[in-house]
Design a protein. Structure first.
Length: 114
């Protein structure tokens, strides 16, 4: 899955709206990139062809980016997130999903190795 990560951090409101609009426009025109992952303050937005398809909220200050990226990638692939509906996820849910998928992976890796 091809993604493009954009971190806005704590940009001021007006500037942020302008930049967000720029990214949405670029996402609509960019056919090489399947998903845009936008970090904005304590939330993450996932855009597909310029539409927000998923939103992750309640991110702690020291959240684990690898957990979020891995869990989101798998969530999008497993649940086939489309433009038609907005999926709202929490950081706690993503961590639980990440651990669940990691346990499944470890279980099958152990089975195939023995």
């Amino acid at each position: 899955m091809i993604t493009k990560n954009i971190n806005f951090g704590a940009i001021s409101g007006l500037d942020l709206r302008h930049k967000f609009t720029e990214v949405v426009t670029q996402a609509k025109e960019d056919h090489k990139c399947n998903y845009y992952v936008i970090t904005w303050n304590d939330s993450i937005f996932i855009l597909k062809h310029g539409s927000i398809v998923a939103k992750v909220t309640d991110l702690p200050d020291n959240y684990d980016e690898d957990v979020v990226n891995d869990a989101l990638t798998k969530y999008i692939a497993l649940h086939k997130v489309y433009n038609s509906r907005l999926v709202h996820l929490t950081y706690e849910y993503l961590c639980a999903e990440y651990n669940r998928l990691k346990n499944i992976h470890n279980k099958y890796t152990t089975i195939f190795r023995s």
